[in-house]
Design a protein around this ligand. Structure first.
Ligand SMILES: N=c1c2ncn([C@@H]3O[C@H](COP(=O)(O)OP(=O)(O)OP(=O)(O)O)[C@@H](O)[C@H]3O)c2ncn1[C@@H]1O[C@H](COP(=O)(O)O)[C@@H](O)[C@H]1O
Length: 122
């Protein structure tokens, strides 16, 4: 199984845990978070992002890199809950990353600025 398949499988589980699909907030963390609504899982995303930053800073100073992996997994997982809530799939994110393949970040930024200048009539 490849990386994208693993994400798709987890997305299927999250989809099945939606309260509207019968997920039970008493028995499932995903169902509980989805039942609480966007504020709850968006707050978790903020917290997990901060934990990623702290684990990365620790790793910079000889800390445990496995901790960083764990925190990134938590962040990805909670982002996947948000994607599911908004009717999106990991494949949508992968398609966007594929669309960007070969277009450097600096090049993309220059194009974006040029388009904004054209739009403002400068
Ligand atoms: N990948 C995960 C996963 N990663 C993290 N977590 C949970 O996310 C929570 C993260 O919260 P924190 O680390 O902040 O710890 P906490 O203090 O317990 O959090 P809170 O009290 O603030 O919610 C923990 O309860 C973790 O167990 C996950 N829970 C579930 N999954 C996957 O989702 C599937 C469905 O899970 P259920 O919906 O619970 O059946 C599972 O089979 C897994 O594949």
């Amino acid at each position: 199984m490849n990386d994208v398949d693993s994400l798709a499988r987890l997305a299927d589980v999250i989809e099945a845990r939606k309260p509207s699909n019968g997920g039970d907030p008493e028995a499932s963390y995903v169902a509980r978070l989805l039942a609480k609504g966007p504020d709850a899982f968006l707050k978790k995303i903020g917290e997990e992002a901060t934990e990623v930053v702290m684990a990365a800073k620790d790793a910079d100073h000889g800390g445990d890199r496995a901790k960083l992996v764990g925190e990134v997994a938590d962040l990805w997982f909670h982002c996947m809950i948000a994607l599911a809530h908004y009717g999106l799939r990991p494949a949508d994110v992968v398609a966007e990353l594929r669309r960007r393949e070969g277009l450097g970040g600096l090049e993309e930024k220059a194009l974006r600025k040029a388009r904004a200048r054209e739009g403002s009539g400068e």
